[in-house]
Design a protein around this ligand. Sequence first.
Ligand code: FES
Length: 164
Amino acid sequence: MSGVKLLRAEAYRAIDKEIAKYPVNRKSSAVMAALAIAQNELGWVSEPVVEDIAEYLEMRAIAVWEVATFYGMYNLDKPGRFKLAICTNLPCALQGANRTADQLKAALGINFNETTSDGSVTLKEAECMGACGDAPVVIINDREMRGKVSVEDVDGLVEELKAR
Ligand code: FES
C-alpha cells in the first residue's frame, strides 16, 4: 500500500459515491466509474493511476488493467487537447465512416492512435456508440457526439476544433 493519492479529494469523494452503490464487500464493482472519474480529472489513465485505483478499491492492479484495456473509452496514453473518435462498426461503415475516417486522417496528417504534432488532436477508431441511426458518428472528448459526419464535414470539423 503506497498511500500516494494521485487525484483530488473531490475525485475520491466521487469514487466513494460509486462504491456506495454496491454491497460493502463489492468495492471493485466501482472500477469502471473510478477509471472514468480519474480520466476526467487527469485526461488519461496512467500506470500509477491504475495502481492508485487498485489500492483504493482493494483490487489487484492487473484486474484494473483488464478493465482499462478492454474498453476503448479509457485513454491509456495522454491524448491531445481533443480526442476525436470515429465509429467504424458496420452501420457506420455502411454510411461511409471509413471514407470520413480517411478524410480525417488526411486533414489532420495522422493515423488512428496518433496525435497531431501541435498536440491538439488525437484520432481514435471507436466501437459502436449506440447511435447508429446517426451514422457515421464521431465523438469529441468522450462527451460531445456528432452524427452523420460525412467527408464534406471533415474540414469544417477540423477548423472548428482549431478555433476552440
Ligand atoms: S455502428 Fe456506429 S454508432 Fe453504432
